[in-house]
Write a protein that binds this ligand. Structure first.
Ligand code: COA
Length: 373
């Protein structure tokens, strides 16, 4: 069977960023406004007052220092508290497609490929701007790619599940050159008015080119094997589906944005992911000692520290398990790919590493790679 390789990656980083201090200042101004406007109901015990957020809490609980966003002004306006993302006309490129183009072009340049050589585009992300036509088909058209394209959503595991789908098609011979692209506009589905989660997410887009390894133009990463797993849980959920308008007149329903039971996620996902990685390695005949790098999902530093320790059986050195969440926050499916893209060029031929994402579903996806070429 044809072997498959990752031959290029690209990261589109939005121009605007928000530090924890800026975020907390805006949230606390919003909370003050809310508490003043609702003072009578709060005093009567009919409503709960909003507690302030704190930069110290955010850093200690998550390791996040800042996040990139597609629009900073709306998020930081205490009277708005969401990004201003202009609704585009049907004649304009959609915002996800625009982000995707930038990331795809970088990935193609690294792979030494032209867009017209691409015959599969998978747009894999945790939310899509519209149900159809698929964003992936728009990206295919804007790039000038051939073949076919489709969207997929496995929340935070979209990128690794997308890689497995593309790698399987390449191995089977139905595709020669695939782009897996992950435009994550998390600022659009984050509830910036909820202090429990307002610090969690940021925006970004990543892309990866996958090809048969014998077609690689330069240094690349052989995909040894991939593994995907899911297990239903309501602990990370967003109810904003296509029946929203048809079913009720709700205003401001909290469940129409990202919601999580963060503590439960923490406790339940850690053993799931550690077991997943260890059994993937065992079945691949690879010992954890021989892994030079882990590129983990970027949601929480303590979570990554725990997983690294469980997998390697010791505290990983920082270079063995690079984190990018301090700069990007949680970027859903893109996080592990940012880490891979930024921290993989120094590996030597023969070095092994593992990309692993996890999140809503629950879902876990891992990709075992070897530096080559
Ligand atoms: N500022 C100050 N205090 C805050 C706060 C904020 N922004 N948000 C919450 N708190 C308070 C809480 O009210 C709570 O107070 P209490 O003890 O008096 O009730 C305390 O801080 C602890 O809150 P908790 O939510 O239990 O914090 P945590 O230590 O579990 O950290 C997360 C929260 C979300 C960072 C953490 O649970 C996590 O990362 N979970 C996994 C998330 C994940 O991977 N999700 C996948 C998403 S795709």
């Amino acid at each position: 069977m044809t072997s498959c390789a990752i031959t290029g990656t690209g990261v589109f980083t939005p121009r605007e960023s928000i530090t924890n201090d800026e975020l907390v200042q805006a949230f606390n101004a919003y909370a003050d406004l809310y508490n003043t406007e609702n003072a009578a109901a709060i005093a009567a015990g009919e409503m709960a007052a909003k507690d302030p957020s704190s930069s110290e809490f955010i850093f200690a609980a998550s390791g996040i220092e800042q996040r990139y966003v597609m629009d900073k002004s709306g998020v930081l306006d205490p009277a708005v508290m969401h990004p201003h993302l202009r609704v585009r006309s049907d004649d304009e490129p959609s915002i996800m497609a625009e982000m995707a183009l930038a990331a795809c072009r970088d990935a193609l340049a690294q792979a030494g490929r032209k867009a017209e050589e691409v015959d599969l585009v998978i747009c894999a992300a945790s939310n899509h701007e519209r149900p159809y036509p698929a964003i992936a088909v728009e990206i295919q058209q804007l790039l000038g790619a051939g073949g076919f394209a489709f969207d997929m959503n496995v929340a935070c595991s979209s990128a690794t599940f997308g890689m497995q789908a593309a790698a399987d098609m390449i191995r089977a011979g139905s595709v020669r050159c695939a782009l897996v692209v992950n435009p994550e506009i998390c600022s659009g589905h984050l509830e910036w008015r909820d202090r429990d989660c307002h610090f969690i997410f940021g925006d970004v887009c990543t892309a990866a080119v996958l090809e048969p390894s014998d077609a690689a133009n330069g240094a690349h990463f052989l995909i040894h094997s991939t593994r995907c797993a899911t297990q239903f849980s309501n602990n990370i959920r967003n109810n904003n589906g296509f029946l929203r308008r048809a079913h009720d007149q709700m205003q401001d329903r909290r469940d129409m944005q990202f919601m999580q039971e963060g503590r439960k996620v923490f406790k339940e996902v850690l053993p799931l992911v550690s077991k997943h990685i260890l059994s993937h390695l065992e079945d691949a005949g690879v010992s954890a000692d021989s892994l030079r790098r882990l590129w983990l999902h970027q949601a929480n530093k303590s979570m990554n520290d725990f997983i690294g320790r469980k997998v390697l059986g010791r505290v990983p050195e920082p270079h063995e398990q690079p984190n990018i969440l301090q700069d990007y926050a949680n970027t859903s499916s893109a996080g592990s790919i940012i880490a891979f893209s930024k921290y993989s060029a120094d590996l030597e031929p023969g070095d092994l590493g593992l990309i692993c994402s996890f999140g809503a579903g629950y879902s876990v996806g891992s990709v075992l790679v070897e530096r080559a070429g």
